[in-house]
Design a protein around this ligand. Structure first.
Ligand SMILES: Nc1ncnc2c1ncn2[C@@H]1O[C@H](COP(=O)(O)OP(=O)(O)OP(=O)(O)O)[C@@H](O)[C@H]1O
Length: 496
């Protein structure tokens, strides 16, 4: 670490400003704003410069796409720099501004940046800098490292909230409307009878953390309330650190002084008996003192076997709200909202395709859209079905599976709103015959069945009928783009 931090800060900043304006000129405003503007200047140590990015995705992208360029530009400014280090961290400009960067630079490692941030903000969230979920993961990693190194217990107990996770960004649909309504209720009126604790549960990536952060953000708007959010994992690490540094009293007092305590991913405490015990006491102390508790987990309290019975009973005695698996409609609404927020035009067919293909998890769906948007911004190309296939190749491959003629018939019938039985009926009306031909065409394209086999599945038709259907559909696709897009969309949905 440079020990001349006082005089080094403005110099470093000056170099960084020059590098930024070069990048801006060279790459253009859009690309610069998308990828490089979020970078925050960290500190210099020997031959290395540390820069911070708000998310892991951005860090990885910047590293892969601009790592060499950034290193080269730093070398032009400061020839002794041979390496740049990109880290995920919640470093708000507020923390690393000219006034306090000096202090920050005197600290010895990146974890100290978080420490500095926490000190600045003291207790509660009201003045805190915010970070992303990935940022928090990085913070936890740093903390674990610190704890392994035996450093002293710290009083900054809670993790920052993620500003992106607010109620207005949460898309409500059938699967999550109850959980949403409960979260809203707690945010508007904490400790309402019957809502303490609020226990949110559901599968991975369905919005539990989002709702918890939204509760926190809403409560903080009103001020005067202290909110502590942390993952159960973090709770455990902090607890262990407190034991090691003989500061468990501080730990308990600090946690028990908050108005609202939110613990995410409680299932992590399964099998961690001592931490469970501590959590149980904290829980009771807070509830007895009339404070609000919000918990999330992947299962309902009664299904969290491995948690002590008395804890499970207490967890289930407030409001238990399930977030169900997403529906196609909800996935579409989420994609529409996120596409609109990104400012990039995403065709409806692409959204339909993604919503059909990526069904398990909103995080994955969001990740797919982010990749498409990033790609479109970077190469200044529109998002199309072809581009989607290309950009998400690896992700889509993971979902690939074999398709049957029955599935093709069903999907095609649904698409054109005809009866499934018409796939094998003798009806010749175009409204029925055309979809049937498309289904034959797709059966030829997507399965290894022979023409006679396909014919048999379509009401024992002759193989020449199938041949005719295949060439007719191919011909129509060439002439009619909208028809071609329909067929293409069906093909991709079936391949998903
Ligand atoms: N209804 C929704 N509307 C908009 N975005 C959503 C919705 N549900 C989830 N998301 C987004 O999906 C991502 C994953 O959500 P979140 O982290 O809240 O899931 P989780 O249920 O806590 O997952 P885990 O079980 O892994 O902790 C987040 O970026 C979140 O903003």
């Amino acid at each position: 670490m440079d020990d001349e931090t006082g005089s080094m800060i403005p110099i470093l900043e000056m170099h960084w400003e020059r590098i930024c304006s070069r990048l801006q000129k060279e790459l253009g405003e859009v690309e610069y704003r998308t990828w490089l503007k979020p970078i925050r200047l960290g500190f210099s140590e020997d031959e290395e410069i540390t820069l911070f990015l708000p998310t892991r995705f951005l860090r990885d992208w910047v590293k892969a796409q601009y790592g060499d360029k950034l290193t080269a530009l730093w070398q032009v400014e400061c020839p002794h720099i041979s390496r740049i280090e990109l880290q995920v961290a919640s470093v708000s400009s507020q923390v690393l501004n000219a006034n306090n960067l000096g202090q920050t630079l005197q600290e010895s490692d990146s974890a100290s940046v978080h420490r500095q941030e926490a000190r600045d903000q003291d207790s509660g969230f009201s003045n805190q800098g915010f970070t992303t979920a990935q940022g928090q993961a990085a913070v936890i990693e740093e903390e674990e490292k610190e704890e392994r190194q035996g450093s002293e217990f710290r009083s900054d107990l809670a993790a920052p909230l993620d500003l992106r996770f607010t109620f207005d960004k949460f898309v409500v649909g059938k699967p999550n409307e109850f959980a949403y309504a409960c979260a809203r209720r707690v945010a508007e009126k904490p400790v309402s009878p019957g809502f303490n604790p609020l226990f949110l549960y559901g599968g991975v990536g369905l919005g539990k953390t989002h709702l918890m952060h939204a509760i926190g953000a809403e409560l903080l708007k009103g001020g005067k309330v202290s909110v502590a959010y942390m993952s159960a994992e973090k709770f455990m690490y902090r607890f262990i650190a407190a034991i090691r540094s003989q500061s468990t009293m501080e730990f308990k007092e600090h946690l028990r002084s908050v108005d609202v305590l939110m613990i995410d991913d409680l299932q992590f405490l399964i099998g961690k008996d001592n931490t469970q015990e501590e959590f149980f006491h904290t829980f009771n102390a807070l509830v007895d003192a009339g404070r609000q508790i919000v918990i999330s987990a992947d299962k309902s309290p009664s299904d969290l076997s491995g948690l002590e019975d008395r804890l499970r009973t207490r967890l289930g005695c407030g409001m238990v709200a399930d977030i169900h698996a997403t529906t196609f409609e909800l996935r579409i609404s989420i994609l529409e909202a996120k596409a609109q927020a990104s400012g990039v035009e995403v065709p409806a067919k692409v959204m339909e395709f993604l919503a059909h293909k990526i069904t398990s998890n909103i995080r994955e769906l969001e990740g797919a859209l982010n990749r498409l948007v990033a790609h479109a911004n970077l190469f200044n190309r529109p998002i199309t079905l072809d581009a989607t296939h290309e950009v998400l190749h690896d992700m889509l491959k993971a979902h690939d599976r074999r398709v049957t003629i029955e599935e093709i018939q069903k999907k095609v019938a649904e698409h054109w709103n005809i009866r499934l039985t018409d796939m094998s009926s003798a009806r010749r009306a175009r409204a029925v015959a055309r979809p049937r031909q498309v289904a034959m065409y797709l059966s030829k394209q997507l399965t290894s069945r022979s023409l006679p086999e396909i014919g048999r599945k379509f009401g024992n038709r002759d193989h020449t009928t199938v041949m005719h259907a295949v060439s007719r559909v191919a011909e129509l696709m060439e002439r009619d783009t909208s028809f071609a897009e329909d067929v293409e969309l069906l093909r991709r949905m079936l391949e998903s």
